[in-house]
Write a protein that binds this ligand. Structure first.
Ligand SMILES: NC(=O)c1ccc[n+]([C@@H]2O[C@H](COP(=O)([O-])OP(=O)(O)OC[C@H]3O[C@@H](n4cnc5c(N)ncnc54)[C@H](OP(=O)(O)O)[C@@H]3O)[C@@H](O)[C@H]2O)c1
Length: 219
């Protein structure tokens, strides 16, 4: 497994945990919202002779809430779009083309219910992930004939550092649970199981799918 994020030390901890379980783990620190980092990432993969069969575009940021969507600054907009949309788009392109050349591969984009359900206080986030859903569909059409599948997992609130923002706000959490038939937040492993499905041949006839792991929020 090739682990990519900005913080080398966090990556090393995750890699050590994987190796302790007998897995092979490579670490490459990169900011996926920066084109120079994406280019360096791809060069490093080539130099190390590493091929990517499954690309999971998981890195994402949720911005601080704004009072009004119209208050979104250009700096905030650019930051959110760079990480949540530009990074997955260019990574899918450059790594996806290598998959196409080998005639196989799976790209999995981690999206959100907020891509389909507008929340003005995090509007830039919603727009970025709505874009990611279309990146999913567009690459699915282009790469499908070449054996490369592209799917997205649309998460509801999940217990992670990002999810804590909602989980630690009682009013916001209560509001979210009103529209959640399962009446609880999801767990990272529940998203991971969906990732495994799209990474494996169990999903061999699925591409361009936006798959909900959201407790039924969009039902
Ligand atoms: N948690 C939720 O409730 C929820 C709901 C819907 C969708 N999602 C989506 O799920 C995905 C994972 O989120 P999470 O909840 O696990 O968030 P998280 O706890 O904040 O983790 C984000 C991860 O992305 C990495 N990352 C952030 N910015 C990056 C950058 N510029 N370049 C490379 N890596 C970067 C972080 O590592 P570094 O800090 O070391 O870079 C970290 O590993 C995101 O795409 C998010 O939008 C989450």
């Amino acid at each position: 497994m090739i682990l990519v994020a900005r913080k080398q030390e966090t990556l090393e901890v995750a890699a050590a945990a994987l190796r302790a379980r007998g897995g092979a783990a490579h670490v490459i620190a990169a900011h996926v919202g920066k084109m120079e980092d994406i280019r360096r990432l791809v060069t490093t993969l080539d130099e190390r002779g590493l091929e990517v069969d499954i690309l999971v575009n998981n890195a994402g940021i949720s911005p601080p809430h704004v009072e009004s969507l119209a208050d979104t600054t250009e700096a905030l907009w650019d930051k959110v779009m760079d990480v949540n949309l530009k990074g997955p788009f260019f990574l899918s392109g450059v790594i996806g083309k290598k998959m196409v050349a080998r005639g196989r591969g799976s790209i999995i984009n981690i999206s959100t219910t907020s891509a389909l359900m507008a929340q003005p206080e995090i509007g830039a986030y919603c727009v970025s992930k709505a874009g990611l859903n279309m990146v999913t569909r567009a690459f699915a059409r282009e790469f499908g004939p070449h054996g490369v599948r592209v799917n997205a997992i649309s998460c509801g609130v999940i217990k992670t550092a990002m999810g804590d923002h909602t989980l630690n706000d009682p009013q916001r959490y209560a509001d979210m649970m009103k529209i959640n038939p399962l009446k609880r937040a999801g767990l990272p492993e529940e998203v991971a199981r969906a990732v495994l499905f799209f990474a494996s041949d169990a999903s061999s006839y699925s591409t361009g799918t936006i798959f909900q792991v959201d407790g039924g929020v969009l039902s």
